[in-house]
Design a protein around this ligand. Structure first.
Ligand SMILES: [Zn+2]
Length: 90
């Protein structure tokens, strides 16, 4: 027989009491998320609900093959420009 319950993965661990900023906090039996402040005797809950999607997501970077291909095309186009320039100059 085990008296130890399974840990709650969604339980957060506050560093300070949100009411008095006290640091003497202990888990409370009120709920799975409750904390009891020993300095102001308040019981409060801290709960993680999830994460919102960001408003701006950066564009996905090219794969190594696509990046190499784009680089080779850029350098090829650049060498063509140089050849045309020398051709026009002479
Ligand atoms: Zn407090």
């Amino acid at each position: 027989m085990s008296f130890r319950r399974k840990p709650n993965p969604n339980r957060n661990h506050p560093q300070y009491c949100p009411y008095c900023a006290g640091e003497d906090l202990y888990p409370d039996e009120e709920t799975e998320f409750a904390w009891a402040c020993q300095e102001c005797a308040r019981v409060f809950s801290v709960m993680f609900h999830g994460q919102n999607a960001p408003k701006h997501t950066p564009a996905q970077s090219l794969s190594t093959n696509d990046a190499l291909r784009a680089s080779l095309e850029r350098s090829k186009a650049g060498s063509d420009d140089i050849a045309e320039d020398t051709g026009n100059a002479s």
